[in-house]
Design a protein around this ligand. Structure first.
Ligand SMILES: Cc1cc2nc3c(=O)[nH]c(=O)nc-3n(C[C@H](O)[C@H](O)[C@H](O)COP(=O)(O)OP(=O)(O)OC[C@H]3O[C@@H](n4cnc5c(N)ncnc54)[C@H](O)[C@@H]3O)c2cc1C
Length: 448
């Protein structure tokens, strides 16, 4: 029996070329060349523990993979990828609203299981994003200004540690590990095989998609920032400027308000007064219809994103710089194009003290996300031009927004990623890492 054969009893083991192997490739095709030696699809915490012990003994690097959406390809590696997608059981406890889910559960399954109960907690807007990556890095969603982060709803989690032990982390048991699992980023402390969250009644509300033409970009961005700084916590919005190949730039606001469309219209009135939109689609929707409407698909190509968390609005000079840069996007074959987006944070996110969880960016008012995309058919020159464009824009935005980045939009090109992702919580996270994984068995390019 070869070393790898010892894994066969622990789940489905696949090698390159086996049927189904490609299904666990990184979602971001920028990292398509990273090919693991093998993929093991596990179905229980006990099997995860035995696989971890095996990998230690054989000195094979191991990374857990949930939905595979890491922007930086962190759930792919050269050794063993532990595919958690079959750890996907979901149980809702009647009476308490506590929801226990397997560590690899995708959003689509969660929405489907919670809908009959009309209960929810902050969930991402893509069908295939995994609960593990989302919750461990924080988890900011369209209801987060009212309901907090995904990790704020976490009650406990079962973790397979580097030595193969399975522990439960909660406010009472292994509280330091529990603290680290709330924003410290996936893949750092162990394999989380199960999570329990506190759900709440799913709030009905309304949604909007509003588009303006390019000449209004700066004034709409400025007006929308002003609106969001004064908006009730029930309203959240993504304010974007973007370009696709061969198209003019477009300004968009995609919003979710936990209140009626009439209120949403009033909230947006100052932006409508700045310039008449080309399209304004405002609808009352129950929570489940809103989630479906706000669902984000991707064409599955390659992309790069860089972020800055800012505690204040961006001034006109900064907004002009963003618009100028998007105007000069070098282009690629990807219909996803490139752009800059301001995600409004604040509200309930900011009410949790910075030291209470590992997620440090509690004072952020806007997450500035800069992104570009290309296809696998684009030439290396096109890819280089896109990355150069993104890096130059990221450098320029350093003049008006801090070096603070969101770990769930992992950025492989970030230099001081410890400081940027974790700020004042970096030192305590390093201590927790030393305690639970002293040999740094769980490792990837930006592992603590
Ligand atoms: C289309 C799209 C929509 C998104 N929407 C949102 C959003 O609304 N809000 C938001 O905050 N973010 C969002 N994100 C970002 C997303 O939260 C992160 O990319 C997240 O890390 C993805 O988790 P995953 O399990 O799918 O990815 P993976 O690549 O599988 O995992 C990400 C990291 O977590 C680790 N990991 C995963 N599961 C576990 C586990 N059970 N135990 C231990 N480690 C684990 C992996 O090893 C890896 O390091 C979105 C991303 C995409 C591509």
């Amino acid at each position: 029996m070869t070393g790898w054969d010892a894994l066969r009893g622990l789940g489905e083991l696949r090698f390159p070329g086996d049927p189904g192997f490609a299904a666990v490739a990184p979602v971001n095709r920028r990292f398509a060349a990273t090919r693991p030696a093998a993929v093991l699809s596990v179905t229980s915490a006990a099997d995860v523990a035995r696989a971890v012990e095996w990998a230690r003994e054989e000195s094979v690097p191991l990374v857990p993979r949930g939905g595979g959406h890491s922007y930086a390809g962190h759930s792919a590696g050269p050794g063993l990828v532990l595919d958690l997608r079959r750890l996907s059981g979901i149980r809702v406890e009647d009476g308490t609203g506590r929801v226990t889910v397997g560590g690899g559960t995708p959003m689509k399954a969660l929405y489907a299981a919670l809908r009959p109960w009309d209960l929810t907690f902050p969930l991402g807007n893509s069908d295939t994003v995994g609960i593990g990556g989302l919750a461990l890095g924080g988890g900011v969603t369209t209801i987060s200004r009212a309901h907090g982060l995904t990790c704020d709803a976490l009650v406990s989690t079962d973790v397979v540690l580097a030595d193969g032990r399975v522990v439960t982390a909660s406010a009472d048991e292994h509280p330091d590990l529990f603290w680290a699992c709330r924003g410290g980023g996936g893949g750092n402390f162990g394999v989380n095989t199960r999570f329990t969250f506190q759900a709440r009644p799913a709030p009905a509300g309304s949604t909007c998609v509003v588009l303006w033409s390019w000449p209004h970009a700066v004034e709409i961005l400025a007006a929308m920032q002003e609106i969001m700084l004064g908006a009730p916590e029930a309203f959240s919005a993504r304010i974007g400027i973007a370009r696709s190949p061969g198209e003019d730039g477009v300004v968009s606001v995609v919003g979710h308000h936990l209140g009626p469309r009439s209120e949403l219209r009033e909230l947006l009135a100052p932006a409508f007064a700045v310039a008449a939109p080309d399209r304004a689609d405002l609808e009352d929707r129950d929570f489940w219809a809103a989630a479906r409407f706000l669902h984000h698909g991707s064409d599955g190509g390659a992309f790069a994103a860089r972020t800055r968390c800012t505690p204040h609005a961006i001034g006109d000079a900064g907004l002009e710089a963003l618009v100028r840069a998007v105007d000069k996007w070098p282009g690629s074959g990807s219909p996803d194009g490139a752009g800059a987006a301001l995600f409004a944070w604040g509200g309930a996110i900011g009410r949790v003290p910075v030291a209470d969880t590992a997620f440090p960016h509690r004072d952020t008012k806007f997450l500035l996300s800069l992104d570009t995309s290309w296809t696998e058919q684009d030439t290396p020159d096109v890819v280089r031009a896109n990355l150069d464009w993104l890096h130059a824009l990221h450098a320029e935005t350093g003049e008006f927004a801090p070096d603070a980045a969101y770990v769930n939009f992992a950025d492989p090109d970030l230099e001081d990623w410890r400081g940027a992702y974790y700020g004042p919580n970096a030192a305590r996270l390093a201590e927790v890492k030393r305690r639970y994984d002293p040999d740094r068995f769980f490792s990837f390019p930006q592992a603590l």
